[in-house]
Design a protein around this ligand. Structure first.
Ligand code: FES
Ligand code: FE2
Length: 424
């Protein structure tokens, strides 16, 4: 499928009223992390989602409000508001709003005034689970049940969640996430070692199965005359991907097998928050916070690698990600430190919204093709008044990624059957 400039716009514009903007608004999406709102009546947080400026706050009862950023009275910024006694009070003239956006106090009007009852600010419903504050920004009548992915059912001791800002459109991030072929190149951090699984066969065969939640695909690398290395990726509509880390780069079982994934949440058309998820594959192998942070550091997105007080990386386009050409010549394929940083350099470097009409896609890009087809299909469904694929959380519950070495010639779907069903 060739992507025309019009199709590209349809895929990438996320504002209210655009086809994709309306489609994304039919799913629950992350608004912020629980850690950003650590306590009742704590500091409000600025949240920009799909081009809308909002403010999140945790009220005295612990409920999270997600309301428009500007006061109903004269549009003063509620970010500066006082978070007190179950509501956010505008510091301009003291109007106060609760988590539903209802105006609960209007001290600048006389006590007998009924004006307050006619005033409200926009507020979106929230659902807090698994370290994430979720929201739904679509029509109330179409609101699905809250999300229930496998990783959301994992105990805290077995789960790590983080987020990172990325300077490009959400779809560029997704397409990097479901592109298995690049890991043989961009993430080859040991170019001298010819025994790395992904170096042994740099052109994986991709087989894509469309599912009611999105799609999954097997990437099959024939690593010897006897063995294939199979990775099963899951894509849950509209913006979540999962893959497994069960074997190390040389094919040995990993001591703490885990599943990794991302959710790409548009801040606006050209900026994205990537939510990073890592969870233990089994109950027997918990994931202490230090282990999660170690893996975050290897990825280049440990909190110490952020610009202080933000979720944005110190290695960024303004300093060419601190690329080291000597390291590139001798040790790693990119010369850029951190797997996540490597991805960002390539995805952000394409520009805010990549010119898909100029691409030349090959056979290793078939998962990317399917992703675009399903996203475009979802925009059609929404325009026809139907719930888009994967918006019912029930169908996303059991999907799990997997990877394993299998004898060559054995069908990967059979071999990975038990591996790719939720365990939690
Ligand atoms: S602008 Fe908020 S109370 Fe006046
Ligand atoms: Fe990558």
């Amino acid at each position: 499928m060739h992507i025309t400039p019009e199709m590209n716009e349809r895929l990438t514009q996320v504002g209210a009223g655009t086809p994709m903007g309306e489609t994304l608004r039919r799913y629950w999406i992350p608004a912020c992390l629980t850690e950003e709102l650590p306590e009742p009546d704590g500091e409000p947080v600025r949240v920009r989602l799909m081009g809308e400026d909002l403010v999140a706050f945790r009220d005295s009862a612990g409920e999270v409000g997600l309301v428009e950023a500007y006061c109903a009275h004269r549009r003063a910024p509620l970010f500066f508001g006082r978070n007190e006694e179950c509501g956010l009070r505008c510091v301009y003239h003291g109007w106060k709003f609760d988590v539903q956006g209802t105006c609960v106090d209007m001290p600048s009007e006389p006590p007998y005034s009924k004006f307050r009852l006619r005033v409200a600010i926009k507020a979106y419903p929230t659902y807090e689970k698994a370290g994430v504050v979720w929201t739904y920004m679509g029509p109330t009548a179409e609101m699905p049940a809250p999300p229930d992915y496998e990783w959301m059912r994992v105990p805290e001791t077995h789960l790590g969640v983080s987020k990172t800002g990325e300077h490009c459109n959400y779809l560029q991030g997704i397409e990097g996430g479901i592109d298995t072929a690049h890991s043989s190149f961009a993430h080859n951090n040991d170019i001298q070692n010819k025994n790395l699984l992904r170096s042994l066969d740099p052109h994986p065969a991709l087989e894509v199965d469309v599912e009611n939640y999105g799609f999954r695909y097997g990437s099959i690398r024939n690593i010897s005359d006897e063995k294939s290395y199979v990775r099963v990726y899951q894509f849950m509509m509209p913006n979540q991907q999962m893959r497994a880390s069960l074997v190390d780069p040389e094919g040995n079982p990993i001591r703490m097998p885990a599943l990794d994934g991302h959710i790409w949440v548009p801040i606006d058309d050209e900026n994205t928050y990537v939510y990073n998820i890592k969870y233990a594959a089994t109950d027997a192998t918990p994931m202490p916070r230090e282990n999660f942070l170690d893996s975050e550091r290897r990825n280049g997105r440990h909190p110490e690698q952020f610009i202080p007080g933000t979720y944005w990386l110190q290695r960024n386009p303004s300093n060419d990600y601190l690329i080291d050409r000597e390291v590139q010549r001798t040790r790693t394929f990119t010369g850029i430190d951190g797997v996540n940083t490597q991805d960002f350099a390539l995805q952000e470097g394409m520009g805010g919204i990549v010119r898909r009409d100029l691409e030349a896609l090959g056979s290793s890009d078939s998962a990317i093709q399917t992703c675009r087809e399903l996203l475009l299909e979802a925009t059609d469904e929404v325009e026809r008044g139907l719930p888009p694929r994967g918006s019912d959380p029930e169908v996303c519950k059991t999907a799990r990624a997997g990877e394993m070495l299998i004898p060559r010639g054995v069908p990967w779907r059979d071999a990975t059957k038990d591996l790719t069903v939720a365990n939690w």
